[in-house]
Design a binder for this molecule. Structure first.
Ligand SMILES: CC(C)(COP(=O)(O)OP(=O)(O)OC[C@H]1O[C@@H](n2cnc3c(N)ncnc32)[C@H](O)[C@@H]1OP(=O)(O)O)[C@@H](O)C(=O)NCCC(=O)NCCS
Length: 254
């Protein structure tokens, strides 16, 4: 189908996906992905209906395939509010018009891999997302066993923010997915100064609670036994009830 890697040094150019790419686009999706996409999806891609996409073609080919896709990326611009990562942008929640770019599919045909084609395609997506002033991130899902893609997105400095249990259902089997995010235009990452302050505050609060309970237990040791019993039976009714339900004998010994 394609000139083998090593037969020539490819010269790759990037352009929008066109109606003339329809058949090849569909063919490559069938070859690369375990999920079957509907014809309507491919029509939307080539017609640019709600989908922004880029194609990679090898203009140095000598076999007449100079304009044939060797790679592609398809994306959708969506409202941050309606996305599953709106909580990661919570400090901007007051902005109702925030947008995100979601990567629907990314692929490079096998003979053209490791030439940096996917890197260039995702750079186009990041550039596009950055050019939209109210866009805050690029995000996507990767099936948990797709290690090349996971390495790829890590290398591109995407942050893996979540593992979604049983996200995919393929051929009667459930698979988890990882959710990767690349923040643009000051979109907040988990390492934003605000998040660091929140994490330190939570740590100090837990530390304080732990010290306070230790101190309380220490003081309790010095209370005469008869007083302890009295206090337990009269003041901690609700607490005792909880203990009773859980472990009757432990309660009786108090
Ligand atoms: C994932 C994929 C798009 C990468 O395309 P590519 O053009 O080969 O990627 P690049 O050449 O830009 O690779 C950049 C980096 O990705 C990582 N990478 C790419 N292929 C890899 C592999 N097979 N194993 C481990 N890491 C890999 C490497 O870190 C690489 O950097 P390096 O060359 O400095 O080591 C391609 O393998 C593919 O199309 N896979 C099938 C479809 C798919 O899984 N799509 C992603 C679903 S979300």
């Amino acid at each position: 189908m394609l000139e083998p890697r090593g037969a020539h040094q490819p010269i790759i150019i990037y352009r929008p996906i066109l109606p003339s790419d329809l058949e090849v686009l569909e063919e490559i999706h069938v070859a690369l992905f375990p999920i079957r996409y509907e014809r309507d999806f491919f029509l939307s891609v080539v017609q640019g209906h709600g989908i922004v996409s880029w194609a990679a073609v090898d203009v140095s080919r000598s076999d007449g395939g100079r304009d044939k896709l060797v790679g592609f990326v398809t994306t959708r611009l969506m409202s941050a509010k309606e996305s599953e990562i709106s909580d990661l942008l919570r400090y901007n929640a007051s902005r109702q018009d925030l947008m995100l770019v979601y990567i629907l599919t990314l692929g490079v045909v096998e003979n053209y891999r490791n030439h940096g084609i996917a890197t260039s395609l995702v750079c186009e997506v990041i550039k596009y997302a950055s050019s939209i002033t109210n866009c805050r991130a690029v995000y996507l899902h990767v099936i948990s066993y797709n290690l090349p893609a996971i390495h790829f997105y890590e290398k591109m400095s995407f942050a893996c923010v979540r593992r979604l249990q049983k996200f995919y259902y393929i051929n009667g089997q459930h698979y988890d997915s990882y959710l990767f995010v690349y923040y643009v235009n000051g979109g907040h990452s988990l390492c934003s100064p605000l998040n660091i302050v929140a994490a330190v505050a939570a740590y100090l609060r837990d530390l304080f609670k732990m010290l306070a309970s230790k101190l309380w237990r220490k003081q309790e040791k010095h209370i005469p036994r008869y007083l302890k019993c009295k206090e337990t039976s009269s003041l901690l009714v609700a607490q005792n009830r909880r203990i009773l339900g859980a472990d009757n004998s432990a309660c009786q010994s108090v």
